[in-house]
Design a protein around this ligand. Sequence first.
Ligand code: DP6
Length: 336
Amino acid sequence: MSIATACANIALVKYWGKRDAVLNLPERGSLSLTLDALRTYTSVEKFSGNSDELIIDDQPQSGKALKRVTEFLDLVRAEAKTTERARVISKTTFPLAAGLASSASGFAALAVAAAAEYGLKLSAAELSALARRGSGSAARSIFGGLVRMDAGKKADGSDAVARPLFSREEYLQGVTFDQLAPFGAVIAVADAGAKEVGSTDGMEATKQTSPYHSAWLDQVDRDLAEAERLIRDGTFSELAEIVEGSCLAMHADAMAARPGIIYFKPVTLWAIDRVRELRKNFLHTMFTVDAGPHVVAFTVPEHMQKVAKALSEHPQIKQVITSRAGEGAHLIERMP
Ligand code: DP6
């Protein structure tokens, strides 16, 4: 049996649109922070059954969820030249039903555990490319801290992989992990039911029908370059402008699809407003929103509790999760 853990990540500069839906290649790059509190543990064990088995948080899965995992394991098995089935057991430390980036930690942990169980010796970049086949954002969860995903140019997708934003040389020059990833996040989980349009379908519909999509793609390149520069050399509020801008531009693109896709709920706008108010009052915080109603407020560890308290003051925020930056996906000895 092989066991791995991976943390989910939340993007500061968003991924919204694929250049190849089969290989799951993004149209543009993205930039994210891996988050320690949103964690998945996954074990993979080969066995002599006729089909794979999947258990998530003690619930046996069938249908769509199992099919997605079997298709992913088929990629690993093809590489390992075997047809042997596997039992996959997965546990998350955060509410799955909330639709919080669980595919990112889920497929990153599955990639690492399955590659080990089937005896594949993959580099971190190869693991990232493998995780991407499960979910685009999972490619980023192979790495810890701030992570840059490249869109790549190759048709086979081998260069559509993530990498840590800061190089090994920068780490070796004595820059500590805390200096490189001074961020944490407060995740305000809205009480708003299951999401209506998943990100895979939402981004495809946006690409096909939104008149703003090409403007969005041009903006991503500018935002990536600017965000990278500001993380090294800028102020928190300069970075906030780019991060919030990327989120709002992504949602504007989705809203302009026909029919329009609206992930925001009233509580989402309330939380966005609150984050901006806190920043005016000198707290380091900036918001982002994925393909759902929940608001994630990036912040610094010193301001985390104040931001969390402010965001919990709405009856429709059912849970507030605080998190430091997390580490990359890796193998572990046993299931916790
Ligand atoms: C809004 O990675 O969930 O969270 O590749 O189809 O699995 P698939 O999509 P997914 O999309 C994430 C979209 C996003 C923005 C982001 O994380 O960059």
